[in-house]
Design a protein. Structure first.
Length: 132
């Protein structure tokens, strides 16, 4: 909900007649809609460089990109991360003109191991996408 501003208008004509009106105006905050993208995708294998990018932050606001394992990170955040499930959060607290908002995305980094036994291969996938 916005602020209410009251102001009055006084009118005085040449015959010394005057009138006044009181106006009340409510100024509402603009909704902030933030976007968070992870490329090349939200599920990658170990050794792949990923980029998390927060966007749509109005110039009057300060928006922060956060990685659950590192705290606040640069925006965009370009990294080759270890095998794990990561949570990125892009947020702003808003100000007197904009609402606060937050959006998040998960990034899963899995590991594929291939072991050869003679002419046969054993392939193991370590995937943390369903871990807590």
């Amino acid at each position: 909900r916005g602020n209410v501003i009251n102001f009055s208008v006084v009118v005085n004509d040449t015959g010394n007649n005057f009138a006044f009106l009181i106006y009340s105006v409510q100024v509402n905050k603009t909704n902030t809609t933030l976007t968070l993208t992870i490329t090349p995708s939200q599920s990658e294998t170990y050794g792949t460089s990923t980029t998390a990018t927060g966007s749509n932050c109005p110039s009057q606001l300060s928006c922060t990109l956060n990685l659950n394992t590192s705290g606040n990170v640069a925006n965009p955040h370009i990294a080759t991360l270890g095998v794990q499930n990561y949570l990125y959060n892009y947020s702003t607290s808003g100000n007197e003109n904009y609402t606060g908002n937050s959006t998040f995305n998960f990034l899963n980094i899995s590991l594929i191991l291939s072991v050869q036994f003679g002419t046969k291969f054993l392939i193991v996938l370590y995937d943390f996408s369903n871990s807590q």
